[in-house]
Write a protein that binds this ligand. Structure first.
Ligand SMILES: O=P(O)(O)OC[C@H]1O[C@H](O)[C@H](O)[C@@H](O)[C@@H]1O
Length: 551
């Protein structure tokens, strides 16, 4: 028992029961499970909104699912979920509410933080964003010299970059193709250079996205962007006012930087950075796709929020996905989780999920302040599937590691493709279905022999199978479907954090590097002596200075 009145996760009877069940199951053969239950292919499926979710190719039985749900009940996942939706301060280490779900609440909803309803402010900002996006899109908003805005450059990093950058790619077919939208995140000057080198400053709007407005990379890039602009256009504050807007929770710092707070789009400390792209942080996306599409996306988020909040455990998709991750991470020693979209437009989706999942659940200290004795968040990785097939799938099929994977695909190609390109879609999806089939069922030595393969090659050409996958299939990729997918993963991450008893909403682990970077910088620039610098770093810094001719 802990100070917080909870039994340690790995001492609960539900955990023990799962460990025993795992032992009894031994090596699960998916071929056998499918042979024993002809209804498995349709029975082990769920629907949420437009998403069809097949979890039949998992190393589980009805009993596994029952025991996993008992673990969720014992760890009170639904209690924490309800506390989150109610606006309680479940981010205990930062003493904050966790209310990204309020960002997509309907206008008439009431969600209180500290006795005040936050929903009217959410919609006021959405309306302000819609008004601004509309003016940029129509050409009514002009730059300092009177030219219309044709380029939007979002400057931000982490949650202030990955979400909008990912969603912009996903929804490219819905964007205004006359606008150039780019995302700059890296403090490496090459990023801003490449993003701006062919742009006319007079036609360029910078959207400075930073929750805290203190992030060194973003403030540095924003300062350089301002210099680039003013060098070209002249002018001062009036020019900045026409070419810079800010997305932030920190009005004071925004004003200090020189952006008029009238040009600031606000959000709040109860929105985590990695949960923020449907807040003001989505402004670049909204300018690209228009306010109506943005609202459709929010509707998609809301649909899955409602499902997560109200669906019973047996049909609750985020709960299921979270539990499957626990099953592999905690009872099969899986270290990673692959997300493999079969859509070119989802090329940045997994990178986005990396922050969502790994920054949320990469923790070794529990909410009780004690070190956990169980695995927490997995390494999340992956790229669009067909490309992966010709690169790293070999290891998934025949390597020595267990890598559970999500396959995400769509029945319809994007509408604007030519007929010829649309015809390629069946081939893409044939690969999609073939891969999960091969991963699950493999190829036995006898099957290989049956093909006349020489005996010495049989082991090499045998596929053991039993590599677990979830298939997520939707009719087409729309703004709403994107919202549904993102909310699905947000809540999956929530479920796992709740079970592991960690605070999924802080990120103390990124702080140390930031502090050390500030300390080391004067050593690089001025050769300053940094007291306490270790021998390795000291030698590296000296070599760096030598290579730059700074001796
Ligand atoms: O939006 P900002 O305040 O600039 O923060 C940007 C990012 O930097 C931090 O280091 C955090 O790890 C991220 O969670 C955050 O999204």
């Amino acid at each position: 028992m802990n100070a917080d009145g909870r039994t340690r996760l790995n001492q609960t009877p539900e955990w023990t029961a799962l460990a025993k069940h795992r032992e009894e199951l031994g090596e699960v053969r998916l071929r056998e499970l499918f042979a024993a239950d002809p209804g498995r292919g349709t029975g082990y499926t769920l629907r949420v909104g437009d998403l069809y979710v097949d979890y039949s190719k998992h190393l589980i039985t009805d009993e596994t699912l029952r025991l996993l749900r008992e673990l969720a009940a014992a760890t009170d996942v639904s209690g924490l979920r309800d506390a989150m939706f109610r606006g309680e301060r479940i981010n205990t280490t930062e003493d904050r509410a966790v209310l990204h779900t309020a960002l997509r609440a309907p206008r008439d909803a009431v969600i209180e933080v500290d006795g005040g309803n936050v929903v009217p402010a959410v919609h006021a900002v959405l309306d302000k964003m819609a008004d601004f996006a509309g003016r940029v899109r129509s050409g009514e908003w002009t730059g300092h010299t009177g030219k219309r805005i044709r380029n939007v450059v979002n400057v931000g990093i982490g949650g202030s970059d990955l979400g909008p950058a990912m969603a912009y790619e996903v929804l490219r077919a819905f964007t205004d193709r006359d606008l150039t939208v780019r995302f700059v995140s890296n403090v490496d000057g090459a990023d801003l250079h490449e993003a701006t080198r062919d742009l006319d400053p007079a036609e360029t709007l910078f959207v400075i996205a930073s929750k805290t407005f203190t992030t060194i990379e973003t403030v540095t890039n924003a300062t350089s962007a301002r210099t680039w602009l003013l060098n070209a256009l002249g002018g001062g504050e009036e020019a900045v006012a026409k070419h810079f807007v800010a997305l932030s929770t920190n009005a004071e710092k925004v004003a200090e930087f020189g952006i008029d707070t009238a040009n600031m789009f606000e959000f709040w400390d109860w929105v985590g950075g990695r949960y923020s792209y449907d807040s003001a942080i989505g402004l670049s996306l909204m300018i690209a796709i228009g306010p109506d599409r943005f609202r459709e996306m929010l509707d998609g988020f809301r649909l899955v929020d409602e499902h997560f909040r109200t669906a019973p455990a047996e049909s609750n998709v985020p709960l299921l996905l979270g539990l499957l991750g626990v099953w592999y991470g905690n009872f099969h020693d899986a270290q990673s989780h692959a997300v493999l979209p079969y859509s070119h437009y989802l090329s940045k989706f997994t990178a986005y999920l990396q922050q969502l999942d790994m920054e949320s659940n990469g923790k070794y200290v529990g909410r009780d302040g004690r070190e956990v004795e169980w695995q927490t968040g997995p390494v999340v990785w992956g790229t669009p599937g067909t490309n992966g097939q010709h690169a790293y799938y070999q290891l998934i099929h025949q390597g020595t590691k267990l890598i559970p994977a999500d396959f995400i695909g769509f029945a319809e190609p994007v509408a604007e493709l030519s007929d010829e390109l649309k015809d390629q879609h069946d081939l893409l999806m044939a690969n999609f279905f073939a891969q999960t089939q091969a991963l699950a069922f493999g190829k036995t030595p006898d099957e290989v022999r049956g093909e006349g393969v020489p005996e010495e090659l049989v082991p090499h050409r045998t596929f053991k199978g039993d590599h677990p996958t979830t298939t997520i299939l939707a009719r087409e990729l729309t703004p709403s479907v994107l919202g549904q997918l993102v909310a699905l993963y947000e809540h999956k991450v929530f479920v796992q954090g709740a079970i592991w008893n960690i605070d999924s909403f802080d990120q103390w682990g990124v702080e140390l590097g930031k502090v050390l970077a500030k300390r080391v910088e004067p050593a690089l620039t001025e050769g300053a002596d940094v007291p306490g610098l270790d021998a390795s770093t000291r030698a590296l810094v000296a070599t760096y200075r030598e290579l730059r001719g700074r001796r």
